[in-house]
Design a protein around this ligand. Structure first.
Ligand code: XMP
Length: 513
């Protein structure tokens, strides 16, 4: 059952920005859903879309093996906006002329708006747009007029306003297109007549309904890491099917202080589900004994985690579905978004061959991180989990340099807890993208009271960044650093020195291993 009143369809022709288009529509408080171009006309007709956006794609409309669509879609009376390949496709479907240009047009390009009273270009002056194409329209179909052009592209935009068909050769969805957001909202409101009253609550309601429909009375198993994404997926599934859901939480002993208990308490007290916790910290440390090479440590932690997790799933699973908290950026990272091949289903789970489920469920796969956080807040997940900073899969394992021992884990957890506490109290938490303590395998001489000490050194790492690809060390005020240092050496046994990492990335990485 679909309860969203107003929806825009993003018809996917394989472009790399499809999810971004949907997200930009949602930013206007209008729900957007993506369907592959293989969706049938009847299916589209049945959904009462307020508008349809044809996405870009890597193909050429001349190549008949590339995605095409039933021309009748342009006669449904639903406004259509074609973007890039979608623009050429409209031209092709309506018997205009598309040709392959000698040189591609790529990057930021100036366009001139030719039709000042176009509803699509309302309040949009001549401006910069993002182009990425080789084919171009040279003759618009009958009934269409050119609404914008660039030096190299005679038809940067065209429309048949009477029929509600609009097309742009450029990408309004990327931020490089100066008035791209305005153009999309012009389409949504001026042309499709949407009212913009959709809220994230609508996504939750819709997703919960379709999860119930799909899962029926079967079981569903979810791997819960305690991170934002799997936590939000768990809460959504719990809302949908309650204790038909089993969450498997593997605590490999490498989480931050008390974190495993916090995750368990949150999900066992606030949500209806079966919560299975596997405590295997001891075994992990055993496997890591004597290992100092960072890659080898990562491998061991990864392999061990995989084995423990799937062994537990073998015990817990009783057919049904396997769920995971994949979000949209995970799909790009694993190749989906950039693929020049259209995929209608993407399954990243490397499942052992002997484990079988009816299907994999990824309820957050269309959302971006900030949207996932919003869903999490609405579902009542504690702030600490929803706004949790990134935490590496191998956990504290990559923050203890050299051999990992239970004693070192404890020292690091204590020091890290002090840092987190002081940063929270100082009120600068929101200014930092990530902050943590590292335990290098270094001991230094110190003096405490009248005694000489020879104890651990810990390092504070704190960064600011937008994308984690580059980062700067955070300028934490000295008085906050002083408090952290003072508390760590006083409260954490076996630590007698605190240093602050002032390396940016590059050349350093954020983590030390
Ligand atoms: P680096 O150290 O590469 O980290 O600058 C960039 C971001 O990625 C996180 N990170 C990891 N996350 N598994 C993960 O899930 C890992 O092995 C891993 N290594 C680094 C890191 O915390 C930072 O946010």
């Amino acid at each position: 059952m679909n309860t969203v009143k107003e929806k825009i369809l993003v018809l996917d022709f394989g472009g790399q920005y499809n999810q971004l288009i949907a997200r930009r529509v949602r930013d206007n408080n209008v729900y957007a859903e993506i369907k592959p171009y293989t969706a049938s006309l009847d299916e589209i007709r049945a959904e009462n879309y307020k508008g349809i956006i044809f996405t870009g794609g890597p193909n050429s409309v001349f190549d008949m093996s590339s995605p095409h669509y039933d021309k009748a879609i342009l006669d449904l009376g639903i406004p259509v906006l074609g973007i890039c390949y979608g623009c050429q496709l409209i031209c092709f479907m309506k018997d205009g002329r598309v040709e392959t240009a000698e040189t591609s047009e790529y990057g930021k390009i100036d366009i001139t708006v030719d039709k000042k009273d176009s509803l699509l270009f309302e309040d949009i002056p001549d401006s910069v747009v993002w182009m990425s194409h080789t084919d171009r329209i040279v003759e618009v179909p009958e009934g269409f007029e050119i609404t914008a052009h660039s030096d190299a592209c005679p038809v940067a935009a065209m429309e048949n306003a009477d029929k509600g068909i609009y097309a742009v050769q450029f990408h309004p969805e990327v931020t490089h297109s100066q008035y791209g957001s305005r153009l999309l909202s012009n389409f949504i409101f001026n042309i499709c007549g949407c009212s913009g009253d959709w809220k994230m609550e609508g996504f939750i309601e819709n997703t919960v309904n379709s999860l119930r429909e799909k899962i029926g009375d079967k079981k569903v198993v979810l791997g819960l890491s305690g991170g934002v994404d799997s936590s939000v997926a768990a809460a959504l599934l719990s809302k949908a099917v309650g204790n038909q859901l089993t969450c498997v939480f593997v605590d490999q002993g490498l989480m931050r202080k008390d974190e495993g208990d916090f995750v368990e308490k949150t999900f066992t007290t606030m949500f209806d589900m079966n919560f299975v916790r596997v405590n295997c910290g001891h075994e992990f440390v055993g496997k890591l004994k004597g290992v100092v090479d960072p890659e080898e440590k990562r491998n061991i932690i990864g392999t061990e985690f995989y084995n423990v997790f799937w062994n537990k799933i073998r015990e817990e699973s009783d057919g049904g579905f396997f769920a995971q908290g994949t979000i949209y950026p995970d799909c790009i990272e694993s190749g989906k978004g950039d693929a020049d091949k259209i995929k209608t289903h993407h399954n990243k789970v490397k499942m052992p061959d002997d484990i079988k489920f009816d299907d994999v469920i990824e309820p957050l796969r269309d959302l971006f991180k900030d949207e996932v956080r919003k869903v999490g807040e609405l579902l009542g997940i504690p702030r600490e989990l929803v706004w949790r900073q990134p935490f590496p899969g191998p956990g504290l394992g990559v923050r203890i340099i050299g051999e990992i021992t239970e004693e070192k884990i404890r020292v690091l957890q204590e020091a890290d807890a002090v840092l987190r506490d002081e940063i929270k109290k100082s009120g600068i938490e929101n200014e930092l993208s990530q902050f943590f303590v590292v335990l290098p395998d270094v001991r230094t001489v110190g003096v405490m009271g009248d005694h000489r000490t020879y104890d651990h050194l810990v390092a504070i790492r704190a960064v600011t960044t937008d994308d984690f690809m580059t980062a700067d060390f955070a300028r934490i005020p000295y008085d906050v650093l002083a408090k952290v240092s003072n508390r760590i050496v006083n409260e954490c046994p076996n630590v007698n020195r605190v240093v602050y990492d002032i390396t940016s990335k590059p050349p350093g990485t954020i983590e030390w291993e």
